[in-house]
Design a protein around this ligand. Structure first.
Ligand SMILES: [Zn+2]
Length: 498
């Protein structure tokens, strides 16, 4: 009895049970999610309630997203800049709808150090979003049609204080994001660029993160406070909840009027310009965890994986030097993929396998004494778990192919899930049944705020996600709202959401 106890305590299996994920994704997704985020070292809880700490491994994924999107911004002639974290209360109050919409979540600095100058006595908000502070500057920078279009983006943190229970990457009082703020002469330009950004967001989600999305427009109830139109991309998570991945707003002229932004047109008259704002945040990382992860942990799409390939040598006393030399040779051969050679002595090969699987590294290469004579190595894929022997001479080509293939098949698998998760309801009882089956439900809707409020309260939280831009079908003339029976205006997606 004592012997077997001792054995379990020191065996690699014992280590695995404490370090690995202890719940199944399909059985308890919230617990699975926080274990994966914590144990893969993406993020950690903070001593400040409602906040999160992004660890280097998680931050490196954010940097891949930034690198990708900075290239897109350059193409679109959007320049990066930085505005202050603090927003004077008077700025905030200028656009009434915006002020009202953000009221519950704004954190204020209520007292400032004694001795702060008289003119500095106004209350300051910690930015929940930067429209107001940026547009004050825009009103001084924009003079004539020659100053337009003005296209600026900033990468920063924002603070939305109403969050109580932090969900790492998904809901926290402070998070990182990018926010683009552009100004145009005409509404056509503003609206077409707002939609172009949405297309870029959809490409980022699908091509970089391998997370398929539905592009759409928000209903009156769900649109951004102060916007004319809000466009959105919505993904669907395995637990039956939608996740808004990014939004792009046609702000109309409301902010221009509130902030006195005017330009002298080529016609020598003054005009109010049209504006857009658009953003995505670190919650994208949460979507990657949920969509691709499995019972062993994270599964990362190669294009954002901080480590794409790991080489694990199988070491024994008598062949140690030869195997290590071969492993280094493989590391050099695959240098374009920047592989990590895990030659740590203090861990067994089995422990390392589990550790890298937990971290979601797309490809593992194993090299042991038996492979030396055969001039081969083993390639193991994280997404399928499939292992195969590959000759040294083919290794580089096969690794490149498999990384491509993993990226594609993760997207295909997720797209299949999204397709299978959408369903149509014509009436209230079908709707409730499909929602209970954790579907994203398309339904004919009157689009009235009051009706949507009732749907939300009667279902404890189901909201409209979007009016799809690519319509699955046309709305018929006599179709009725699935909830109130008034004439339907649009086909709208509804579901629970993060
Ligand atoms: Zn209705």
């Amino acid at each position: 009895m004592a012997d077997s106890d001792k054995k379990t305590k020191t065996s690699p299996d014992a280590k695995k049970s404490t370090l690995g994920i202890t719940v199944k994704k399909g059985e308890d997704m919230p617990e699975w999610y926080s274990q994966v985020v914590l144990k893969a070292k993406l993020a950690d809880y903070s001593p400040i309630k409602g906040c999160m700490i992004i660890r280097p491994y998680g931050y490196s994924i954010w940097q891949s997203i930034q690198d990708y999107f900075n290239r897109v911004l350059k193409e679109l002639k959007v320049e990066n800049a930085y505005f202050p974290l603090f927003i004077p209360e008077s700025f905030f109050m200028k656009e009434a709808e915006h002020a009202e919409g953000f009221k519950p979540e704004v954190a204020w600095i209520e007292s400032k150090p004694a001795g702060d100058s008289e003119e500095n006595q106004e209350r300051l908000a910690l930015r929940p979003t930067s429209e107001t502070i940026m547009y004050d500057s825009y009103s001084r920078w924009i003079r004539s049609w020659r100053d337009l279009p003005l296209r600026i983006n900033q990468w920063c943190n924002v603070v939305r204080w109403e969050v109580k229970d932090v969900k790492l990457f998904l809901r926290s009082r402070e998070f990182l994001w990018q926010e683009g703020h552009c100004v145009y002469e005409t509404e056509e330009q503003a609206d077409s660029e707002a939609r172009m950004i949405l297309d870029e967001y959809a490409k980022l989600a699908e091509e970089l993160l391998a997370v398929p999305v539905i592009k759409g427009r928000k209903t009156e109830k769900e649109k951004f406070a102060g916007a004319k139109t809000t466009y959105t991309i919505e993904a669907f998570m395995p637990d039956g909840k939608a996740l808004q991945m990014g939004t792009s707003h046609n702000l109309g002229q409301g902010f221009a009027k509130a902030f006195g932004i005017q330009f002298l047109g080529a016609d020598e008259e003054y005009h109010y310009p049209w504006q857009t704002s658009w953003g995505f945040s670190t919650r994208l990382i949460g979507s990657v965890v949920m969509v691709h992860g499995d019972d062993k942990g994270l599964v990362l799409p190669p294009r954002i994986a901080p480590v794409k390939v790991v080489i694990v040598p199988i070491l024994f006393e008598d062949s140690r030097d030869e195997v290590l030399a071969k492993a280094q040779e493989i590391q050099d051969l695959l240098s374009e993929f920047e592989p990590v050679l895990d030659d740590r002595d203090e861990y067994s090969a089995g422990w390392k396998f589990n550790d890298w699987e937990l971290k979601g590294v797309p490809i593992r290469i194993e090299i042991g004494p038996k492979d030396l004579a055969e001039e081969q190595a083993v390639i193991a894929r994280r997404d399928t778990g499939k292992k195969e022997f590959v000759k040294m001479k083919d290794l580089k080509e096969i690794v490149a192919q498999q990384l491509d293939d993993i990226q594609k098949s993760l997207l295909e698998r997720a797209r299949k899930f999204l397709d299978e998760s959408t369903a149509e309801a014509a009436n209230w009882s079908d709707f409730k049944e499909l929602i209970s089956q954790k579907k994203m439900v398309l339904a004919p809707f009157c689009c009235e705020v009051e009706c949507e409020d009732e749907i939300k309260s009667e279902t404890q939280g189901v909201t409209s996600r979007c009016i799809p831009l690519e319509k699955p079908r046309e709305l018929q003339k006599d179709e009725k709202c699935f909830h109130c029976g008034k004439p339907a205006k649009e086909l709208v997606y509804f579901s629970r959401n993060y």
